[in-house]
Ligand binder design. Sequence first.
Ligand code: PXP
Length: 238
Amino acid sequence: MTTLGVNIDHIANVRQARKTVEPDPVQFAFLAELGGADSITVHLREDRRHIQDRDVFLLKETIKTKLNLEMAATEEMLEVAKKIIPDYVTLVPEKREEVTTEGGLDVKSNVKYLKNFVKNLKESNIEVSAFIDPIGDQINYSREIGFEIIELHTGKYAEVTGYEQHKEFQRILESAYEANDLGLVVNAGHGLNYHNVEKIASINNMNELNIGHSIVARALAVGLEKSVREMKSLIKSN
Ligand code: PXP
């Protein structure tokens, strides 16, 4: 059965817009779990634009499912991960100027560095996943480096339509089978929403889908009316 990892970075985005204490991603992780999330994902960025170190430490203590820490393969992040010991780490490329993670991690060009990095995390009992584009070479090198899990980048699939989307889906499907044959656990994510998720979820042996933006957007859509009603009733009662 395919499980759902909920990415709660956007909750922290709203908090950081005011640099205040609400909404608290820790509280929303609890709600996501109530809704059936099988794991909680947070991306601790080098510039700390949304998730803060405090969030990750508290999540590790409070969540009842699994904590997936997304991070860049830097020495600073390695130290953080070794202090927190999340259930697993997903290594992603990171550029300061990007709005969100753009491409997959180029594992092929960083074999030696990543081998050492992954070994270090595994020695702390942390499973390690590589967020990669659905490309044969990247899958083979992920296996060689020692990753146990790969997360296939579905961003392109989510962006295009019609025949282009069909082609992208085939690429993801073939990549998933190829990775499975190599003994890798296969996750996928990026840009998945209520319209395009089912096809990806139908892939055999798809382990987990990581979804953030569309779930948080939907939460606003289904929750705003109630929150306005509550505020209105406070105003009216005075
Ligand atoms: N997987 C990875 C590796 C990501 O970087 C992100 C975005 O933070 C996601 C999944 C979730 O993408 P989205 O927010 O588009 O659902």
